[in-house]
Design a protein around this ligand. Sequence first.
Ligand SMILES: NC(=O)c1ccc[n+]([C@@H]2O[C@H](COP(=O)([O-])OP(=O)(O)OC[C@H]3O[C@@H](n4cnc5c(N)ncnc54)[C@H](OP(=O)(O)O)[C@@H]3O)[C@@H](O)[C@H]2O)c1
Length: 371
Amino acid sequence: MSNNRREFLKAGLIGGAVAATGLPTLALAGHHEKKPAKSLEILVLGGTGFIGPHMVREALRRGHNVTLFNRGRTNNALFPDLETIKGDRADNLKGLEGRSWDVVIDNSGYVPRHVENSARLLSDNVSHYLFISSVSVYADFNRVNAEDAPLATIEDETVEEVTGETYGALKALCEKRTLTEVGEDRVTVVRPTYICGPGDHTDRFTYYPVRTQKGGEMLWPGSPSHEIQIVDVRDLANFVVDCVQKRTQGIFNAVTPIGAYTFADLLEDSQAVTATTVDPVWVDDAFIAANEARDAFPIYFPREGEDAGRLAFSGEAAFAAGLHNRPPRETVRDLMTWWATLSDERIESARFRMTPEREATLLEAWKARGG
Ligand SMILES: NC(=O)c1ccc[n+]([C@@H]2O[C@H](COP(=O)([O-])OP(=O)(O)OC[C@H]3O[C@@H](n4cnc5c(N)ncnc54)[C@H](OP(=O)(O)O)[C@@H]3O)[C@@H](O)[C@H]2O)c1
């Protein structure tokens, strides 16, 4: 276990009790008990995808009232007891007219025009606006980015197609439009990195423990000390509801501390949680680049070059504002518990780019090279 990792786990422990499984049992003691002095009326734009339900449940658990706004296409049976206003951010905000809430949590803003329209409409009818952005907003990823670093721009600001290329600059524009419409003193912008945990439909972080469970020789990217940076969806939800309750304003990267978690730690956690030992084969940055295999290793970036800072965003502002990261082993454990509940169809259609065939081919090439 790395020193950083030890510090990270220590920081996550309150009381220091560690169960026989190796999972710190008291990591979140106290954190979950932040009942508000006043129950808030919260509008969630979205709310039924991956991160939304965690935020909704956390807000309800703390005694707030939640209204949802969405098209009714995604998991629409999830919250039968909540008022859901049907509409479409693209062209139908009618249901929001003439209504007021204490706070809006905007989880579903990707297109600046949509975000601008809802922020303008709601600005006079809410006290606080929290926009879920992304660490993808930054202009450069070859550095450590704190919140005041330059942001990505896009030549044509009317573009509405969200792709890997436009996503970051469009999210940056969404932030800007929210701040302009509502005013800096009433806005919180949260920029999460890779969000992980139960319900994660991206299957990125999930790949590693799920593959580990199969055992045998397993390719791992870079080296054991390659860093990984994530945020557990429950920690993100807690932070968001904390910000809402405390009316925390500002911009916050939502991440685990830089360097606190490595692929060696993820391997260790994956083996412990799945009770499986794999034979890890670490393939280096040069081999991965030469074999065009970067896409097969989720949440991996080479140490050199334009993406060297993709897993090194500063979380200091969020930590000072109360973001608390649980030990990642807990994320791996709960992810695997959730994974076990999924249908065969869902598991078979997992978005893993490292297929068994591709892994076998890469393994063969690595060994042929002298491994
Ligand atoms: N996953 C990550 O690792 C990651 C990292 C950084 C940032 N983020 C950010 O996290 C947010 C996404 O989280 P999520 O998908 O889990 O959010 P969510 O709030 O759980 O789900 C998305 C919601 O938006 C609704 N929606 C989609 N299009 C809509 C439209 N045109 N009009 C009205 N409602 C609409 C969907 O319902 P209907 O389909 O029924 O309309 C659904 O309720 C995004 O802001 C993303 O940029 C994610």
